[in-house]
Design a protein around this ligand. Structure first.
Ligand SMILES: [Zn+2]
Length: 321
C-alpha cells in the first residue's frame, strides 16, 4: 500500500491529511502556520507534519508516494517558484526543496486550484468533465478543471477573477488596484458593505444589532447573512448587490468556458439560497438560453477538506500520468 499526503496552507493554519491509495482520508493534523523562522522553518514545519502523519500510523517513510500542497500564493510556472505575501516565500522553489527533504515528488499549486480540483475529483463536481470553481472567503478567486487537468494559463496566471475592476466600486484592493470585484464579493467585502451602510445611517436589524459607531468593525459576513435570513431589507440588498457584481464576471466566464457546473466554495457559500438565489438569477439573465438551460451553480460539498483532498489527489494524478 502506498500513501499520499495533502497539505492545505493558510495564512493562519496548516492542515495536513494522510490518504491511502484509494484516496480515503486516514488522519489529519492542524497547527498554526510557522512564519517567524523564515523559509527554512516553514518548510521544516511542512516536512515535520508529513513525517508525523506517517509515524503516528506506524507507516514507513518509504510507503509515501507523493505530497501535494495548496497555498495562497503566486506560482511561477516557468521556474517552479512560489511567492506568497502572507508566508515566508519569495521566489522559493517549494516543491523542489520539500522534495529534497522528504525524498518523494512534491506538487504545489495555489490553494483555490487545489480546492476546485478536490471538488472535481470527490465533491460537487464529481462526474463532470468541465468544472469552474470559485471561492469566496477573505478574498476571491477561481479555477477551471477540464478533463481532470487544472487550467493554469500563460505564466500560470489563469483564474484571478477577483481582480476584475467593477464600475462604481471605489474600494482599494489588497492588490493595489481600486474597484476589484473581491472588494465586494468576499466575506470581507460583504462585511464592509454593511459597515458602510450603517455609517451612512441605514436602519433595520443590522443597525439594532450593531449600533454605529460603538460596534464598528465587529460585524462579519455571517451577521449580514443572519440578518438577511431574518428578513432584513438592507442585509438582503447587500447579498443581491454582491450577486449582481459577481454575475458580471461569472456570466462571461460561463460563456467562455462552458462549464458543466459552477461550484462556489469558501465561507460565503454557506449563505445558501440568500446568495445562490440572486446569483443564479443574475447569471441566467446575462447569458444566452443555450447556457441558461444547462447552468448549474452549486455550493461545494467538501467544506474545509476540499483543499486537502485536492492537494493529495493532484499529487497522485501527477504520479500516474
Ligand atoms: Zn485586486
Amino acid at each position: 500500500m502506498t500513501y499520499t499526503i495533502g497539505i492545505d496552507v493558510g495564512g493562519t493554519n496548516v492542515v495536513a491529511g494522510l490518504f491511502d491509495g484509494d484516496g480515503v482520508l486516514l488522519a489529519k493534523l492542524k497547527t498554526p502556520t510557522e512564519k517567524s523562522s523564515g523559509t527554512e522553518g516553514f518548510l521544516d514545519q511542512l516536512a515535520g507534519l508529513a513525517r508525523k502523519l506517517l509515524s503516528e500510523r506506524g507507516i514507513a517513510e518509504g510507503s509515501l508516494a507523493a505530497v501535494g500542497i495548496g497555498l495562497p500564493g503566486f506560482m511561477n510556472e516557468k521556474d517552479g517558484t512560489v511567492t506568497a505575501a502572507n508566508l515566508p516565500l519569495s521566489g522559493t522553489p517549494v516543491a523542489q526543496l520539500l522534495s529534497r527533504k522528504l525524498g518523494v515528488p512534491v506538487a504545489v499549486q495555489n490553494d483555490v486550484r487545489m480546492i476546485v480540483y478536490g471538488e472535481t475529483i470527490r465533491g460537487a463536481g464529481a462526474g463532470y468533465r468541465h468544472v469552474l470553481g470559485l471561492t469566496l472567503g477573505t478574498g476571491m478567486s477561481a479555477a477551471f478543471v477540464t478533463d481532470g487537468r487544472i487550467h493554469t494559463g500563460a505564466e500560470g496566471l489563469a483564474g484571478e477573477i477577483g481582480h476584475v475592476i467593477m464600475d462604481g466600486v471605489q474600494y482599494t484592493c489588497g492588490c493595489g488596484m481600486t474597484g476589484c470585484l473581491e472588494t465586494i464579493a468576499s466575506a470581507t467585502g460583504i462585511a464592509r458593505q454593511a459597515q458602510d451602510g450603517l455609517a451612512a445611517g441605514r436602519g433595520g436589524l443590522l443597525a439594532e444589532r450593531f449600533p454605529y459607531p460603538s460596534s464598528r468593525g465587529e460585524l462579519t459576513a455571517r451577521d449580514v447573512w443572519q440578518a438577511a435570513v431574518d428578513g432584513d431589507d438592507f442585509a438582503l440588498s447587500i447579498y443581491r448587490y454582491t450577486a449582481e457584481k459577481l454575475a458580471l464576471a461569472l456570466a462571461p466566464a460561463v460563456i467562455l468556458l462552458s462549464p458543466d457546473v459552477v461550484i462556489v466554495g469558501g465561507g460565503v457559500a454557506a449563505a445558501g439560497d440568500i446568495l445562490f438565489g440572486p446569483l443564479r438569477e443574475e447569471v441566467s439573465r446575462r447569458v444566452h438560453p443555450l447556457y441558461r438551460e444547462r447552468l448549474r451553480i452549486v455550493p461545494g460539498s467538501l467544506d474545509d477538506d476540499a483543499g486537502l483532498i485536492g492537494s493529495a489527489a493532484y499529487a497522485q494524478s501527477l504520479q500516474s500520468r
